[in-house]
Design a protein around this ligand. Structure first.
Ligand SMILES: [Zn+2]
Length: 234
C-alpha cells in the first residue's frame, strides 16, 4: 500500500501574474548530491512539492558554479549548467541551493522565465550578465519590465571569506571588513551587476540562510541538504 505524501511546507513568492514560484525548506532535502537522505526520500520530497505536477515535469541541472543557461524544452535532467530558461507551460524549473542565491527573472510581457544559481563563483563568471544578455538578444526583452527576485542566501552577517576571493575586481563592491575579518556581501554584488543594466527594481528575500534555520546552509553545516527555488509559467 502506498502512503500518501505528507504535507511539506513551502513559501510562496509574490510574483506578477503569469508565473507561480515558491521555496522549499529545511528539513526537506531535494538534492541527490547533498545531505544524507535516500534517493526515495528526495524523490518523495520533490514529488510532494510540485504536486499536482508529475516528476517528469521537473527540470533541473547538475549545477557547476558556471555561467551556462540551458533551455528547458522538457522536464527532466537538463545537464551541466546554472541557469534554466523556460518558455513553455508545464515545465517546473528547480534551482538547488544552500547559501548561494536562487535568482528568478520573469519577462511578464513575453512570458519568459529564468531561474539561476547565483553563487560567488557563478556571479564572478557572469551568470547574471549572461541571463540578461540572452533575454535581450534572443527575446528582445525590455529589461525594465523584468521581475527580479533574489531568494534567501548567505548574507554579509555570516559570509566570512579569505582575501584571495578578491583576485579580480568583480566582487570588490561586496567587500566588508569587520573586526579585522573580511566578509562578502553578495547582495551588493548582485545589485551592482543589475545597476550596470540600469535595473534598480528588484525583490530581495530578507533571510540569511546561515542565521535562519528555516533553510539549509552549507556554512552552518557542510553535510547539509539543499532547498530550492521552484518556478513555472501558468
Ligand atoms: Zn547571517
Amino acid at each position: 500500500m502506498q502512503t500518501p505524501p505528507s504535507n511539506i511546507e513551502k513559501t510562496q513568492i509574490h510574483t506578477p501574474n503569469g508565473i507561480c514560484a515558491f521555496l522549499s525548506h529545511y528539513p526537506n532535502n531535494i538534492a541527490f548530491h547533498a545531505g544524507k537522505d535516500s534517493k526515495d526520500t528526495i524523490l518523495k520530497n520533490r514529488s510532494t512539492l510540485i504536486s499536482p505536477f508529475h516528476l517528469s515535469n521537473l527540470a533541473y541541472l547538475n549545477q557547476i558554479h558556471g555561467n551556462i543557461i540551458l533551455n528547458a524544452k522538457n522536464g527532466g535532467f537538463l545537464g551541466d549548467g546554472d541557469g534554466i530558461l523556460i518558455t513553455q507551460k508545464g515545465i517546473i524549473g528547480m534551482i538547488m541551493v544552500a547559501d548561494c542565491n536562487p535568482i528568478l527573472l520573469f519577462d511578464s510581457k513575453q512570458k519568459i522565465l529564468m531561474l539561476l544559481h547565483g553563487g560567488r563563483v557563478g556571479l564572478q563568471k557572469g551568470i547574471l550578465h549572461n541571463a540578461l544578455d540572452l533575454l535581450q538578444k534572443d527575446f528582445h526583452t525590455n529589461l525594465q519590465n523584468l521581475f527580479i527576485y533574489i531568494g534567501p542566501s548567505i548574507r554579509a552577517c555570516c559570509y566570512e571569506v579569505q582575501n584571495d576571493v578578491f583576485s579580480d575586481s568583480t566582487l570588490d563592491c561586496g567587500k566588508i571588513i569587520r573586526n579585522g575579518k573580511i566578509y562578502l556581501d553578495l547582495i551588493a554584488v548582485i545589485r551592482a551587476q543589475l545597476e550596470s543594466y540600469n535595473l534598480t527594481n528588484h525583490t530581495i528575500a530578507p533571510q540569511c540562510t546561515c542565521c535562519n534555520k528555516t533553510f539549509f546552509s552549507y556554512r552552518r553545516d557542510c553535510n547539509c541538504g539543499r532547498f530550492a527555488l521552484f518556478a513555472y509559467l501558468v
